[in-house]
Write a protein that binds this ligand. Structure first.
Ligand code: SF4
Ligand code: SF4
Length: 618
């Protein structure tokens, strides 16, 4: 396989798959309306079976942009595509733009119900008369009505998705309505973006702005056209489109790889014949990348050769290397991308502020990201030590968002890179998040209420993707196993979650997803000398030589003297009271014993004490 000039195989988690090259409108500057798109890349829709195949064959894809040259809502398979993506935890977007003139109520409902991530609606006017000057054949009232329907379903499903953006392309004929449109967008709970027009990028220019100061001010760019933008910044307005070749390649509805969202002049192979990774790394696409890096002359069979953006790059000697290579070098030197990290931290802070656990979250982030980096560099050690974490169940119902996590700890341990534990309260009929998969392994134990686990990765005709969980039941999630849960009881559910990661011992966890009940496992156990113990399960995982679980019972007064284990241990008291690490510990509290630290235990209550033990052997 060819590698790019950065010596990397291109295999991005984000791709663009055209859901439709067909559009019902006739916008004057659009190459689709001019017939160019159908002539060059065909008129058609992404089929559900093809979408499934792309996702199934390329499991590393996590994020798909569906919109580009046509209107996605005309695609008859859209509902099935949205549903399937949701089941596979794939993020879907339509941020390149939709006109939203024609959409069934079923699809609008699915957008909210299946958490379609974001939609950018092209609405260049605040009334039918102005809107239809550019969006010819478009119906302004219908678009607004469809936005309102989406908002209705967002409230119904208590979903913040899809995030809606009103995109207003600035022309001369609509500049007087920018203010009104901005207000309407706010009333419709939409973001508002004022965009410069394509000018003559694809076909002819239309209604060029005359009030340049107004547009310069309203866009915040200080310019009113793409030409002025290049003069002022030395960059094209859509300069970053070329990066799609590396970061977010465009695939046509029929499987042809177009590379970027601007190209309709030729392709780089068909993924259904040659495979996606092969198409993204063949000689032709790498030649195109080298052209954009300014390392090779243009070639007739490369679509970029006839692109106005490429001509502009060539004229200005503004090669991709200048904006991508340096960043790449910096990232390589630092070993991480600080901009991305900062963005993620800010987004997480916002989310946590909404959910009311900002400080706990920041502390957890510090422990996870920064402390680990600092400690590794300075060869310092600050990891989880033996401690009791009291917990009172049931936790108060979550006020906002219907979910509130209570972080207990999140640190390195003597044997694991990271071990965290949190208790969560989840109100009736709520899920904490969409099904997600991650590198860490987890144990989820239900302490209160009832939930359904939703497990898209469990497959097969006899396998139900939902598992009902009652108090005292728990599950083990191997790494990269998609999951979420939903409360089915009227009372809020409370659960504990242990999550860990370390250097892998194998690529796949030998211990598969498992579901256990603590009460079943304790049936028939015999107490001897005030103590009995029963194995629940044990086995190797991707990060642990052995993950072991047993339950123990102590009669009043019984216990054991302090001793040391050579593995980390987490205990959850299920009933009764025990004394350990110098304090009395009641039901649902969590105890952590660090490997090598002494600990003993005694039942100091008047009734039997019952607890579950997890051992993390490295
Ligand atoms: S709505 Fe979009 S795709 Fe359709 S004609 Fe207008 S610009 Fe082209
Ligand atoms: S030069 Fe044009 S066709 Fe080539 S990647 Fe850039 S935008 Fe796309």
């Amino acid at each position: 396989m060819n590698k790019t000039s950065f010596n990397q195989v291109v295999k991005p988690a984000r791709v663009r798959i055209e859901a439709s090259t067909i559009c019902q409108l006739k916008c004057p500057s659009c190459p689709n309306a001019a017939g160019e798109i159908h002539k060059n890349i065909g008129a058609g829709f992404l089929q559900y079976e093809d979408f499934k195949k792309i996702i199934g064959d390329n499991v590393w894809i996590r994020d798909v942009e569906l919109s580009n040259w046509g209107e996605i809502f005309l695609n008859p398979d859209l509902l099935k595509i949205i549903k399937y993506a949701h089941e596979r935890t794939i993020v879907l977007r339509a941020d390149n733009g939709v006109n939203l003139n024609t959409a069934s109520d079923e699809v609008l409902e699915a957008l909210a119900n299946y958490r379609f991530n974001s939609i950018t609606c092209s609405i260049d006017g605040a009334c039918q008369k102005t809107y239809s000057i550019y969006r010819r054949k478009g119906n302004f009232e219908k678009v607004i009505e469809n936005v309102e329907r989406i908002n209705h379903y967002k409230s119904k499903y208590k979903s913040e998705y899809p995030i809606l953006t009103w995109q207003f392309v600035a022309f001369d004929h609509n500049s007087h309505e920018i203010g009104t449109a901005r207000k309407m967008a706010a009333n419709l709970k939409m973001n508002f973006v004022l965009k410069l027009s394509w000018d003559d990028l694809y076909t002819q220019s239309f209604s060029p702005v005359t009030d340049k100061d107004l547009i310069g001010k309203e866009t915040g760019l200080g310019v009113s056209s793409r030409e002025e933008y290049v003069e002022k910044t030395g960059k094209e307005y859509i300069d970053e489109s070329c990066l799609h070749l590396w970061k977010q390649p465009q695939i046509n509805f029929d499987g042809r790889v177009l590379g970027c969202s601007c190209n309709y002049r030729g392709d780089f192979g068909n993924i259904f014949n040659e495979g996606l990774v092969e198409c993204l790394n063949n000689e032709k696409i790498n030649y195109a990348r080298d052209m954009l890096l300014g390392m090779r002359e243009s070639r007739d069979d490369i679509p970029c050769t006839d692109c106005k953006l490429y001509e502009s790059r060539k004229r200005r000697s503004a090669w991709v290397k200048d904006m991508y290579g340096k960043k790449q070098e910096k990232k390589k030197m630092r070993g991480y991308d600080s901009t991305k990290l900062l963005k993620r931290l800010l987004a997480a802070a916002k989310r946590r502020m909404r959910r009311g656990y900002l400080w706990e979250g920041l502390r957890a982030d510090f422990d996870r990201f920064l402390w680990h980096r600092v400690a590794t560099r300075l060869k310092l050690k600050r990891s989880l030590t033996s401690r009791v974490y009291p917990l009172r169940i049931p936790l108060p119902a979550a006020e906002e968002d219907g979910w509130k996590p209570y972080p207990l700890f999140n640190m390195t341990t003597s044997s694991m890179k990271n071990l965290s534990c949190h208790a969560s309260v989840l109100n009736g009929n709520r899920s904490p998040h969409l099904p997600h998969a991650h590198d860490e392994e987890e144990i989820l134990m239900l302490l209160w209420g009832e939930v359904d686990l939703i497990l898209p990765d469990r497959r097969g005709p006899a396998v139900n993707q939902r598992i009902h969980l009652e108090q005292g039941e728990f599950v083990y999630y191997p790494a990269c196993f998609a999951h979420t849960l939903q409360t089915t009881s009227e009372t809020p559910a409370n659960y504990l979650m242990f999550r860990w990661q370390s250097g892998r011992t194998t690529n796949k966890s030998p211990l598969a997803f498992r579901h256990f009940s603590l009460f079943e496992s304790n049936n028939g156990s015999k107490i001897k000398d005030g103590f009995c113990s029963r194995l629940v399960f044990e086995g190797p995982t991707a990060y642990l030589r052995k993950l072991h679980c047993h339950t123990s019972t102590l009669t009043p007064g019984a216990g054991y003297e302090p001793h040391r284990d050579d593995y980390d241990v987490a205990i959850i008291v299920l009933e009764g009271t025990v004394k350990t690490l110098g304090r009395d510990v009641g039901p649902y509290s969590v105890i952590f014993y660090r490997a090598g630290e002494p600990h003993g235990m005694r039942n100091t209550g008047k009734s039997i004490a019952h607890y579950v033990v997890f051992e993390f052997h490295r």
